[in-house]
Design a protein around this ligand. Structure first.
Ligand code: UDP
Ligand code: MG
Length: 347
């Protein structure tokens, strides 16, 4: 599994060019690209993969577009890969990537996106909980002029206490903190224009935040109710602890988006508040001593004065260190701190 909750927050890093309003109606057919890439992480789904392929065939036939499916075997210990390989040998639209070991769903998705060639990229689960028949609807929505359409499992078929309630709470928190209001960030079935994903790096459980990230970058994001089915074969790979990781990831991206280029603002202001608390405690201590004849050692104020002083100075110094790190981070990798919406007469 992947650990850590950092994101290479390429909001600062990449130069994305979104089509301006009004010009992004249809997704241009590209001579060398398939119209659609489905991207599917697979981990121990041997009972599902064959049926999944059938369902994809049924749905893709109706799409009237060229397509490919990139399946990433995330170190399955069962026969998933062997079964997929059999399919791929017969159907060249089926592309396979196999990991040496289990790296987690986000890593598998990232690898799938890296290997996908389509003009539209559609991530999905391998366990048949999503319905490939919904793809058509997502693409139509995308063509109305959106850059990302996120699935919403309105009728989600998962356990109430361990899945639905934590997920409902997490979704609310994410909406408030990110300012991008979607009902269901965790739904794997989403549709993206290729440009939205170019240069995006995923870490931790970050794949669910791509719509937020895209929206911050200026993409038009919307959501649509999609089908959801109970898992019939195999087991879910997650439990309640995912919610904790998701919330920590969210704090990271919020920090990255708001303060990555100016960490001294967050450390420095906390430091200054601490120094202010130090000054207030000190003044009060002196008033008590000289106005009311209360000895210094009768109150906890001297301890507070020194504590607030040290914490304040430490925070400010940490902020300065963070500033140096951030400069190294950007400059060593030649990362930009802005994103361009459009260029004229320039490559
Ligand atoms: N998955 C993966 N690597 C993992 C865990 C899960 O590739 O370490 C895949 C899994 O095979 C499925 C998708 O990610 O296609 C979602 O996993 P799961 O169904 O267990 O999650 P849930 O639907 O219960 O949230
Ligand atoms: Mg599932």
């Amino acid at each position: 599994m992947t650990t850590g909750s950092d994101i290479n927050f390429s909001a600062q890093a990449q130069t994305l060019t979104f089509a301006p309003e009004g010009t992004r109606k249809s997704i241009a057919a590209h001579p060398e690209r398939p119209g659609i890439s489905l991207v599917i992480p697979v981990y121990n789904e041997e009972e599902n993969v064959e049926l999944l392929y059938q369902k994809i065939l049924d749905a893709a036939e109706k799409l009237n577009r060229t397509w490919e499916v990139v399946l990433v075997d995330d170190g399955s210990k069962d026969k998933s890969f062997e079964k997929l390989e059999k399919i791929a040998l017969k159907d060249s639209r089926v592309k396979l990537v196999r990991f040496v070991r289990n790296f987690g769903q986000t890593a598998a998705l990232a690898a799938g996106i890296d290997h996908a060639n389509g003009s539209i990229i559609i991530p999905m689960d391998a366990d048949l909980q999503n319905d490939p028949a919904d793809i058509q609807m997502l693409i139509e929505k995308l063509e109305e002029g959106y850059d990302c359409v996120s699935g919403w499992r309105k009728n989600r078929k998962d356990g109430l206490v361990l899945r639905l309630i934590p997920s409902w709470t997490a979704n609310k928190i994410i909406s408030v903190i990110s300012g991008v209001s979607l009902h269901d960030y965790g739904c794997s079935l989403k549709a993206y224009r290729r440009e939205v994903l170019e240069g995006v790096r995923l870490y931790g459980e970050m794949h669910r935040f791509v719509p937020i990230y895209a929206s911050w970058m200026g993409a038009k994001v919307t959501e649509m109710p999609v089908n959801h089915y109970a898992r019939q074969f195999g087991q879910s790979k997650y439990g309640i602890n995912r919610t904790v990781k998701v919330v920590l990831d969210l704090i990271t991206i919020k920090f990255m988006s708001s303060y990555l280029t100016k960490p001294i603002y967050i450390f420095g202001s906390a430091g200054l508040w601490s120094l202010a608390a130090c000054a207030a405690s000190f003044t009060w201590m002196c008033i008590l001593k000289y106005g009311y004849d209360t000895s210094f050692i009768e109150t906890p104020l001297p301890v507070l004065v020194s504590m607030f002083f040290m914490v304040g100075i430490q925070l400010i110094l940490m902020g300065l260190l963070a500033e140096i790190l951030v400069r190294t981070y950007h400059e060593s990798q030649d990362k930009r701190i802005y994103t361009v919406k459009k260029k004229v007469n320039l490559d």
